[in-house]
Design a protein around this ligand. Structure first.
Ligand code: C5P
Length: 230
């Protein structure tokens, strides 16, 4: 397989059928897929099990956020599906601790904290009642992810170096907002190239539309794999 296991492609497509066609189109150029809320609402867990059975790694982007008891039971149910390599939860201490407890001994399923959504800026945080700015809240939450015993964070490429420094060598640092040099940014305000993101400390890259909206998604994925190699 020419795939780089550090490249994750989000299947942000309206239906499971379209997601399955995309996986076939990309073929062996990608080994890791992210399934988000849109597909989870329509057969996403079944799709995850099918892809897992075929040897793909699966990132289930549930972004859980609820009272501890509910997060714990939900994380346990998701992990017990056997189709979860990465699971996201919002990076609040109660939520993180509950997810780690629910995951139990299924250590192949990694719990990742979403620190601060990249759609939020300092003004939004103030409006929501937070006293910290984005940078300070991200740093605080990375610390809370580590303290809770979770495995890593979702971080913008610009926060990857901080996450790597605080989390150490084995910490997972998963960066969305990846754009090949010269590509359209779409709605990603703080994008970075595959090589610069890896150099900043990312362990995994999430890259969607540059691949899934390309005329030839397989060729686009292979080009990004080549950029990652260097
Ligand atoms: O198509 P694109 O490469 O922009 O897709 C990025 C993926 O990463 C989407 O699934 C998006 O929801 C997700 N994501 C993001 N920024 C975050 C967290 C998740 O773009 N901060």
């Amino acid at each position: 397989m020419p795939a780089d296991p550090r490249l994750i492609v989000p299947l942000d497509l309206p239906s499971r059928a379209e997601a399955e066609v995309m996986v076939e189109t990309i073929g062996d150029a990608v080994a890791f897929y992210k399934i988000g809320l849109q597909l989870l609402a329509g057969g996403g867990m079944d799709l995850a099990k099918r892809l897992k059975a075929r040897g793909f790694n699966i990132f289930l982007d549930w972004k859980l956020h609820d009272i501890g008891a509910t997060v714990e039971k939900s994380a346990a149910a998701i992990v017990e599906s056997g189709a979860c390599d990465f699971l996201t939860v919002h990076a609040e201490p109660q939520v993180l601790r509950a997810a780690v407890k629910g995951r139990g001994g299924n250590l192949q399923s990694k719990i990742l904290g979403v620190t601060v959504m990249t759609s939020l800026n300092d003004h939004d945080l103030a409006e929501m009642g937070y006293a910290l700015d984005v940078e300070a809240l991200v740093a605080r939450r990375i610390g809370q992810v580590i303290d809770a015993g979770a495995d890593g964070v979702i971080a913008s490429p610009h926060e990857a170096a901080l996450a790597r420094r605080l989390g150490g060598p084995d910490f997972l640092v998963v960066t969305p907002g990846i754009r090949p040099a010269g590509a359209s940014l779409d709605d990603q305000a703080r994008a970075a190239t595959p090589a610069s993101s890896l150099a900043s400390g990312a362990s995994h890259l999430v890259c969607g539309r540059p691949i899934t909206a390309a005329r030839d998604p397989r060729a686009a994925a292979l080009a990004i794999v080549a950029e990652m190699a260097g």
